[in-house]
Design a protein around this ligand. Structure first.
Ligand SMILES: O=P(O)(O)OC[C@H]1O[C@H](O[C@H]2O[C@H](CO)[C@@H](O)[C@H](O)[C@H]2O)[C@H](O)[C@@H](O)[C@@H]1O
Length: 238
């Protein structure tokens, strides 16, 4: 992998840049709380955002509180929980209505909490259940969420990296990017989204349909978030 070239093109001044966090800006860690924000990343993001006239947003499955904690003191435009929560460039917050029914959450907690190594990642609008530390629980986790959802058509189970996420349909990264692209300073720019996961496919589809780019960490950065960070810092001059 070390000798594989980075294929991503250099950033251009007219881009609107949308960045996923886990597996793209940050290396994957054993649990959501164990991620490390490498030195220099915040400065790179800040400088890149300035060079792009503010047209840089993070688009993540994490809740907004977690995004802000990781990127402090930066508060970038952000799509949190795969777009269920948007923080627009002017700071305005938009929250999708309708989270998960409380009995569903209680059911998931009751069952999955007894599975050693399984991490329940509660978010305001959804829940991710991680089996990274208990890979043999993959099927159990999937079955549990299917039982909880019980054919309810407004909700869906999203396969993620060593996790399944239960969320309301329609709250996805593509819709979030479309929403940002209607706003200054994103409007009129070329949308470029960088991601690494199945949960990023909606974002790739939307940026490509708009004539922009969907860059995949695996294909364009040899699978290494460190290459995304270097690419960003070289262009940002940090
Ligand atoms: O959209 P992202 O910013 O990539 O967020 C997606 C999910 O990321 C986190 O989970 C993933 O990263 C963890 C830390 O590396 C890892 O332990 C886990 O296995 C991955 O699935 C986060 O915890 C989720 O809430 C996000 O939805």
């Amino acid at each position: 992998m070390a000798n594989t070239p980075t294929i991503a093109p250099p950033i251009e001044q007219n881009w609107a840049l949308f960045l996923d966090i886990d597996g793209t800006l940050l290396d994957i860690a054993p649990t959501p709380e164990a991620v490390v924000v490498p030195e220099g990343l915040i400065a790179s993001l800040e400088a890149a955002s300035q060079k792009l006239g503010g047209a840089l947003a993070v688009v993540s499955g994490r809740p907004l509180i977690s995004i802000d904690a990781l990127l402090a003191p930066l508060t970038l435009p952000a799509a949190a929980e795969h777009g269920a929560v948007l923080r627009n460039p002017d700071g305005l917050l938009q929250r999708a209505g309708g989270g998960l029914p409380l009995p569903w959450r209680e059911n998931i907690r009751e069952v999955a909490a007894t599975w050693e190594g399984v991490v329940i990642d509660e978010k305001p609008h959804s829940v991710a259940v991680h089996f990274r530390l208990a890979p043999s629980r993959e099927e159990d986790v999937c079955r549990l969420l299917q039982q909880v959802i019980n054919g309810h058509e407004d909700y869906e189970i999203l396969p993620a990296k060593m996790a399944f996420e239960l969320r309301r349909k329609g709250q996805h990264k593509g819709a979030a990017i479309e929403s940002f692209m209607a706003l200054s300073p994103f409007a009129g720019r070329l949308p470029v989204f960088i991601g690494d996961d199945f949960t990023d496919e909606d974002g790739f589809a939307v940026t490509r349909a708009m004539g922009g780019k969907g860059l995949h960490v695996q294909d364009d950065f040899a699978g290494e978030p460190s290459r995304v960070r270097n690419w960003l810092s070289q262009w940002a001059g940090t």
